[in-house]
Ligand binder design. Structure first.
Ligand code: CUA
Length: 340
C-alpha cells in the first residue's frame, strides 16, 4: 500500500463504519437485546460473556502489539541480505502452549457451570411450563396449574420457572433474549431451561431456529408479573370461557361451529370446540397479540387474520374451509374478542 492519504482515508472510513455498525448493537431501545439481562441465568451468562471478552481482548492487544513490533523492527530495509536462520525455542514453545491452555481452562470452567445451571432440573417450588414449538406458534402448558395458552407465557417474578421444551413438528428454538440462551425444541426430545426472572414487565422472544416459511413471524411474549398478579392470571385462565355454549343460540358460537373453527381450536366450556391442532382460544381476548405475537390483539387485526391467514403468515396451517363472508368475519371477530 502506498503512503498517499487516499487509502488511509479509505481505511479510516471502513474502520469508522464497522465501529458504528458494531455499536448499533448496543442501542438502548432494542427489545431483543441480550444485554438487558433480567434473570439469574442471564447474569451468569453475562459473567461468562464478560470474562471471555476481557481475556480475548487482552490476548488480541498482546498479539497485535507483538505483530506490529515485529513488522516494524524486522522490516526489509533492502541492505541486510538474508537474516540469521533459527529453529526451535523450547522455552517459548512451552510458554505458548501453557498460557493458552490456562486461558481456555479459565474460560471453560464458568462456561460449563453455566451450561449445567441453565438445564438444571426444576428446583423446589418452581413453576413448570411445557413449551411446544409448532409451525409457526408456541403452545404453553402449565401441567400443575391446569392452564394452556398460546404465544404469551406468564411467569411470576422472583420464583424459579422450569421450561420443558419440545416440538410437535420440526426443530424450533425458544429464545427469550433477556432471560437465557436459545434452547432448541427438537422432535422426540425434551430440553430444559430454568431461570428466575427479576423485574416485572412485558418482554419479547422469537423462534431462533429456521423452521419454514413463517419462521421469522414465530414470535412470543413473556409477561413477568408479581406473584399475586400471576396467581390471579392463573385463576382467570383456568376458568372456562363464559357465555359461549352453542346451546345459547348466539351467532358467535354458531359461526365458530359452522366456520369449521372447532376442528382445530379449543374453547373450554364449549364441549364441541375441542380441537387441539391450533391455539387454545378459551381466553384469546386476554392476550396482548395474535398470530404468534405479530399483530396487536384488536378488532382490526382479528378481521385481517380471519380474512386471509396466509396473507398475514405465509404457509399458515390455518386453512379455512371456505373464504369467510364479511358478515362471518365480523361475527367471529366480535365473538373472539369476548373470550377474555
Ligand atoms: Cu419455529 Cu423458527
Amino acid at each position: 500500500m502506498s503512503n498517499s492519504p487516499r487509502p488511509v482515508r479509505n481505511v479510516a472510513a471502513a474502520v469508522a463504519t464497522s465501529l458504528l455498525a458494531a455499536l448499533a448493537g448496543c442501542m438502548g431501545d432494542a427489545p431483543q437485546s441480550t444485554l438487558h439481562k433480567n434473570s439469574d441465568l442471564a447474569d451468569m451468562t453475562w459473567g461468562v460473556y464478560m470474562l471471555v471478552t476481557w481475556i480475548t481482548l487482552a490476548v488480541g492487544v498482546v498479539v497485535f502489539a507483538l505483530l506490529a513490533y515485529v513488522v516494524f523492527r524486522f522490516r526489509d530495509r533492502g541492505e541486510e541480505g538474508i537474516p540469521e536462520q533459527v529453529h526451535g525455542n523450547t522455552r517459548l514453545e512451552i510458554a505458548w502452549t501453557l498460557v493458552p491452555l490456562a486461558l481456555v481452562v479459565a474460560m471453560a470452567i464458568p462456561t460449563v457451570r453455566t451450561i449445567f445451571a441453565a438445564a438444571a432440573p426444576a428446583p423446589e417450588g418452581a413453576v413448570k411450563i411445557k413449551a411446544v414449538g409448532k409451525q409457526w406458534w408456541w403452545e404453553f402448558e402449565y401441567p400443575e396449574l391446569g392452564v394452556t395458552t398460546a404465544n404469551e407465557v406468564h411467569i411470576p417474578a422472583g420464583v424459579p420457572v422450569a421450561f420443558e421444551i419440545v416440538s410437535a413438528d420440526v426443530i424450533h428454538s425458544l429464545w427469550l433474549p433477556q432471560f437465557g440462551g436459545k434452547r432448541d425444541a427438537v422432535p422426540g426430545r425434551t430440553n430444559h431451561l430454568t431461570f428466575t426472572a427479576r423485574d416485572t414487565g412485558n418482554f419479547v422472544g422469537q423462534c431462533a431456529e429456521y423452521c419454514g416459511d413463517s419462521h421469522a413471524l414465530m414470535k412470543l411474549r413473556l409477561v413477568v408479573q408479581e406473584e399475586a398478579d400471576f396467581q390471579r392470571w392463573v385463576q382467570e385462565q383456568k376458568a372456562p370461557a363464559q357465555g359461549d355454549l352453542v346451546a345459547s343460540g348466539k351467532p358467535g358460537p354458531k359461526a365458530f361451529l359452522e366456520g369449521g373453527c372447532i376442528a382445530c381450536h379449543q374453547v373450554r366450556g364449549n364441549p364441541i370446540a375441542a380441537g387441539r391442532i391450533g391455539p387454545d382460544l378459551t381466553h384469546v381476548a386476554s392476550r396482548g397479540t395474535i398470530g404468534s405475537g405479530i399483530l396487536d390483539n384488536d378488532a382490526e387485526s382479528m378481521r385481517r387474520w380471519l380474512r386471509d391467514p396466509e396473507g398475514v403468515k405465509p404457509g399458515s396451517l390455518m386453512k379455512l374451509p371456505h373464504k369467510l363472508s364479511e358478515q362471518e368475519v365480523e361475527t367471529l371477530t366480535q365473538y373472539l374478542l369476548e373470550l377474555k
